[in-house]
Design a protein around this ligand. Structure first.
Ligand code: FAD
Ligand code: NAI
Length: 507
């Protein structure tokens, strides 16, 4: 009995204590305090983008050192790894975004957040031009500002290879709006297939979903679509669910080339069980309104009717990045993206750092790389601020020439020389280390409550797959989310789906 009483008390203390801490943390987040104003003495640091690289930088950066200006067409951060879950309604779109101001308002010095698209970077005059591309515009909707340092983190856009019909008829899986659009189109296909009098051929066409690209985005999305079908559509569309077909088209000989061989095989066999068709060595040549044109492994061309095409065929540079590269033809010779040195400085451009998917490095274009680069750069910028302050001090000392003669003047001169030497040696000591990427492993969800993971272990690699890996995948992403708010929203969405299933209404 005593033990039960103890257990009861411990449970109550945990519940009330936990709720108290949760309430305290949420209120602390909700009510940011006063911030230092911009200081004309400080240098201007402009950050382009609000994605993985920029957000990681902003989270780590000590803003007392700079006047920071963030420019991005989206006034929020998007947690891309969970985007496919939004596309099938497992997660609410708002659960995986974090307004940038929720981060910047907690910084010591105020940060200016501007919702605008950078249209031009002038690396010679050190300026950025930007425009307000949103629907509502004020009297001023474009301007140019100067920077001392620029963090270029604009990411990449979807690669279409200029394949006809992709832009017009396919759905992308890159932005929040893409996932919302996919959900609408998918439900539209289902409701249209349910329209009375639809021919069997038309029903089969409408219910054929083609995912292009066997990289992690295409695989995760196919897995999520399968879950939606199994967990929900079978209940609410019993007459149609059995006819839904998912095809994953990949030009290369296998899907997920970045994962270990056994994980590729595991994914392929899971997809086979899930009745997801994987078409490898098959290339999409055209996307039509009601079909995809495929080049099959034997080079024959086949037109396959379908209701929806999701395009997840990789990244390419944004126009602004191409323009910036072409301004420095001698130093920027890599067409894949911005060429940076091992301190992430853009080659040939003084004061510009580039991070994430817009760069051409030996690293894969992943969130992991971009966020580590952002955090590294925040530390480098802190050191640079220190170096700049020491250099300014040195300049003042050097300007203090001692002209008079005499013993007292000589003493002052000697003291000044000692101070100059000290400042010089302090400057020399501020020497940021090069960026070093630390790979934490690769994880992907493949549907049916299973995930795959390649995890680094003692200079080697451990490949794991299955339901336990799926639980690991969930907890890893839950802990990687940037805020308590996002973690709460995502966990609540998962619980809601477990209890009530996914919503099948079409907005
Ligand atoms: P982004 O995060 O794309 O951010 C770019 C920012 O720049 C955005 O805020 C954008 O609005 C802004 N911007 C665009 N144009 C301009 C402009 N002209 N001026 C100013 N700002 C501009 N990686 C992983 O490691 N693990 C995963 O599980 C994973 N899952 C993914 C799932 C999906 C569906 C996708 C699409 C990607 C996934 N990735 C994953 C890859 C990861 O999202 C990218 O590598 C990462 O977003 C790159 O970060 P970034 O900061 O370079 O670019
Ligand atoms: P990706 O570049 O990894 O894969 C695109 C695939 O599309 C390639 O395999 C390519 O061969 C194929 N393809 C291109 N054109 C085609 C065509 N016409 N017909 C058929 N197939 C075609 O792109 P993805 O998946 O969008 O990933 C982008 C980056 O984001 C990668 O670096 C990836 O590692 C990362 N990412 C990581 C995730 C994770 O770790 N779980 C999840 C999603 C993305």
């Amino acid at each position: 009995r005593n033990f039960l009483q103890f257990l009861g008390r411990a449970t109550l203390i945990t519940i009330f204590g936990g709720s108290g801490v949760f309430y305290f943390l949420s209120q602390k987040n909700k009510n940011p305090g006063a911030q230092l104003p911009f200081d004309p003495e400080k240098k201007t640091l402009v950050v382009l983008g609000s994605g993985w690289g920029a957000t990681s930088l902003l989270t780590t950066l000590d803003t007392t050192d700079y006047n920071v200006v963030v420019i991005s067409p989206k006034n929020f951060f998007l947690f891309t790894p969970l985007l496919p879950s939004v596309a099938v309604g497992t997660l609410n779109p708002r659960s995986i975004i974090q307004p940038t101001r929720y981060i910047t308002r907690h910084k010591a010095r105020a940060v200016s957040v501007i919702e605008a698209e950078a249209s031009d970077v002038d690396p010679i005059n050190k300026t950025v031009s930007f425009i307000d591309n949103s629907e509502i515009k004020g009297a001023t909707s474009s301007t140019t500002i100067k920077y001392d340092y620029l963090v270029y983190a604009v990411g990449a856009e979807v690669q279409t290879f200029n394949i006809p019909g992709v832009k017009e008829h396919a759905v992308f899986m890159k932005e929040l709006a893409d996932a919302e659009r996919m959900q609408r189109e998918f439900m539209d296909c289902l409701e249209t297939a349910a329209f009375p009098g639809q021919s069997p051929e038309e029903i089969d066409r409408l219910l054929h979903m083609v995912v292009v690209g066997g990289g992690p985005t295409g695989v995760e999305l196919s897995g999520e679509l399968h879950d939606f079908l199994e967990d929900d559509l079978k209940s609410w569309y019993p007459e149609l669910a059995g006819r839904i077909k998912i095809s994953l088209v990949e030009a290369m000989p296998s899907v997920l080339p970045m994962f270990s061989k056994q994980l590729i095989q595991y994914t392929e066999s899971t997809f086979k069980e899930s009745k997801i068709d994987i078409l490898t060595k098959t290339m999409v040549k055209e996307v039509k309104e009601k079909a995809v044109v495929l080049q099959m492994p034997d080079k024959s061309i086949v037109e396959v009717p379908c209701g929806m095409v999701v395009w997840a065929a990789g990244n390419k540079n944004r126009q602004i990045t191409q323009d910036l590269i072409s301004k420095l033809p001698a130093e920027q010779t890599n067409r894949r993206g911005i060429d940076v040195d091992d301190h992430l400085r853009m080659k040939g451009a003084e004061g510009i750092f580039a991070i994430g998917d817009c760069t051409a490095t030996s690293y894969a274009p992943t969130a992991q790389v971009a966020s580590q680069q952002g955090a590294y750069l925040a530390r480098v910028l802190q050191q640079l601020a220190k170096k700049d302050a020491l250099a300014a001090n040195l300049q003042t000392l050097e300007a203090e020439k001692v002209e008079e003669v005499g013993e007292e003047a000589q003493q002052r001169k000697n003291k000044l020389e000692r101070e100059i030497k000290l400042a010089q040696s302090q400057i020399a000591k501020v020497n940021p280390r090069p960026f070093q990427y630390s790979h934490q492993g690769s994880l992907a969800y493949i549907g049916s409550d299973r995930a795959i993971a390649d995890l680094p272990f003692m200079n080697g690699n451990v490949a794991t797959a299955g339901v336990a890996t799926y639980l690991f995948w969930r907890s890893a992403y839950l802990s990687t989310l940037f805020s308590l708010r996002n973690r709460t929203l995502v966990a609540t969405d998962w619980l809601k789906v477990k209890l009530f299933g996914r919503d099948v209404s079409r907005e």
